[in-house]
Design a protein around this ligand. Sequence first.
Ligand code: NI
Length: 195
Amino acid sequence: MLGAMTIRKIAQIGHPVLRQEARALSEAELALPETQRLIDDLIETMRDANGAGLAAIQIFEPVRLCAIEVRDNPRYPYKPKIPLTVLVNPRIEALSDETFLNYEGCLSVPNLRGRVRRFAHVRVQAWNRDGSPFERVVRGISAGTFQHEVDHLDGRIFIDRVEDPRTFSTWENFERHHQADFVAYVKEIVARHGE
Ligand code: NI
């Protein structure tokens, strides 16, 4: 498999694939070499684009599969770290009514960020890439990242959830005018939720 990874093209907003409902993967399909190769490509493409996550639907494969990873990321210098996580057929359940306003961007939406309400405390259930069960409770900013990726599998993009369109901002204007306030808000969220 080494050397076989391919950086794929990322679908941009307006492409109908992003509005599809992705279909579930069976265990047998997940075990196929082409599905495992798709997972390798998804990870490689996410890393190449400095994404915090990427859903298979964003690389034109409408199956319920996404990858999440936050290392030192120039796109999101304030984000808490998340080790590489591959979710197959994920489900998310809110564990409380508490929400927060996350500032999000997306590799399928060029140069735009906006504020989106997310649950602060969720349980994520899925399969790992080998088909074994995955279950994790995720809080705060990281919970927002998981909700963003799972939304893609239902054909939803973060802009659909922006409550106040006045929060839309280019990345440059986000850094110049909004990042400092948002980072202070993020620190409060992180202190409250530990993530
Ligand atoms: Ni996205």
